[in-house]
Design a protein around this ligand. Structure first.
Ligand code: FAD
Length: 401
């Protein structure tokens, strides 16, 4: 089990020695002082200083004592005045009504590129390569498609999307509308030469509810059918919701279903595969990845290679719905994995430098919320309110489609 105190990274990093201040209600002072240093009483609540590597342990102790944590913040941001500690940075309870400023944000980096190419005047990229990602025995078609963008001003950041205008016209003879696709490569591209952008595209295929005939999606069929040398109309980039924080010691929790892996591939390649002078990731990245069958695990070999190479910094948890069983004997969906790991995840999301990202099928959020809600309620915390605050602090990011 991951524990901040034993993670190779955290224990050896500055964060290992950081102190956080918990504001706790419902504990008598004698209970609070029992095992901790420096508690300070203020009206109705107690402030407890906790070293980073004891955060989870302390949370459990507080819960056992019937206490309720109403805020957590780094101690260095809390100037002490007349024996009281001013509450500010970090997550605060809704009840306190105090304005908050997070310790880290997936902040809008300077110059997030947006809409460099609009639908009326798209960039014409060229398909360089296309590769099937679903292996034998898997379901459907998903392709990794790489485009040359070296001829214009198109550039992007991890977590952004581009728009594609498929060739041809719709049933009214009008040009097709754009469809958005999450970028699956880092800002430097798969060849690390700043000249390409890659997508991970599933060919949409369904039975028409009216006729029962097989229908293929327009743009996904266009993209998965491209051959090297083909031209493609590209717009964007767009999106600021899924940007990575600058903090190299952050905890990044990723929850993906199917092609929802695309932005996370970009994050992981940036964290572990590229040797960027301006970003040396030393935190924890934890990917939950839900697919139907093992051959549908996209980028499987590379992900597992990363796990082998960076066991202290990268955790990989699959939910393979048609092959694995959950605790009740049903299909193993991503939400079941979230529920299995909910206590640990709950501990992690409370750290001020943890960011959670959800990407993939619409509807996957419900089960995730159920798991988090079950875990937080053990500590007397209402998940809906807590999540709202996480979103306000730009630490809970969702892109589903
Ligand atoms: P269309 O021809 O547009 O058909 C879609 C329509 O078909 C639906 O609107 C619906 O009316 C109908 N339909 C679909 N399924 C059914 C069904 N089961 N029963 C009945 N009718 C149905 N896709 C990816 O593959 N990879 C990505 O990385 C990716 N990233 C995205 C990022 C964002 C921000 C968004 C918004 C979407 C993303 N998508 C991604 C989805 C993508 O934009 C397209 O929606 C998808 O490829 C389908 O487009 P299409 O043109 O092939 O289908």
């Amino acid at each position: 089990m991951y524990s901040p105190s034993i993670s190779g990274v955290a224990a050896n990093s500055e964060s290992g020695s950081r102190i956080f201040v918990y504001e706790v209600e419902g504990m008598r002072q004698s209970q609070a002082t029992d095992q901790t240093s420096n508690p300070i009483r203020r009206s109705g609540s107690v402030l407890i200083s906790v070293p980073y590597d004891r955060m989870n342990q302390e949370m459990r102790r507080i819960a056992r004592m019937g206490g309720k944590i109403i805020s957590i913040r780094p101690s260095n941001s809390a100037p002490e005045t007349n024996g009281k500690v001013a509450p500010e940075a970090g997550l605060q309870s809704q009840k306190s009504g105090e304005k908050t400023k997070p310790m880290t944000q997936a902040k809008e980096k300077v110059q997030v590129p947006v809409n460099l190419y609009k639908p009326a005047n798209p960039y014409i990229g060229k398909c360089i390569s296309t590769e099937e990602l679903v292996r034998e025995g898997g379901e459907g078609t998903v392709r990794h498609v790489k485009f040359d963008i070296s001829g214009g001003k198109l550039h992007y950041l991890e977590g952004q999307s581009i728009g594609i205008i498929p060739d041809g016209t719709d049933k009214n003879g009008k040009p097709h509308k754009i469809r958005l696709y999450s970028i699956a490569s880092t800002r430097h591209g798969d060849d690390v030469d700043d000249k390409t952008v890659s997508l991970c595209v599933r060919r949409l295929e369904y039975k028409s509810p009216e006729t029962g005939e097989k229908v293929f999606g327009v743009c996904s069929t266009f993209l998965t059918g491209l051959q090297p040398g083909d031209d493609v109309k590209i717009t964007g980039p767009v999106g600021k919701e899924m940007l990575l924080p600058d903090d190299e010691e952050a905890t990044i929790i990723m929850m993906a279903t199917g092609t929802g892996i695309a932005p996370f591939r970009a994050y992981l390649w940036r964290m572990f595969k590229e040797n960027n002078p301006d970003y040396k990731f030393r935190g924890l990245a934890w990917l939950f990845f839900g697919v139907a069958y093992t051959p549908n695990i996209l980028y499987k070999e590379e992900l597992e290679q990363l796990q082998r190479e960076f066991p202290d910094n990268f955790r990989l948890t699959y939910a393979i719905s048609r092959e694995q069983k959950n605790a009740e004997g049903g299909k193993m969906y991503i939400q079941n994995r979230i529920q299995e790991n909910a206590d640990e995840l709950w501990g992690l999301v409370q750290k001020p430098n943890t960011h959670t990202y959800i990407c993939g099928l619409k509807g996957m959020e419900g089960g995730i919320d159920e798991g988090m809600s079950a875990a937080s309620s053990k500590f007397g915390v209402d998940w809906a309110g807590y999540q709202k605050q996480l979103k306000k602090e730009h630490r809970w990011h969702v892109e589903t489609y």
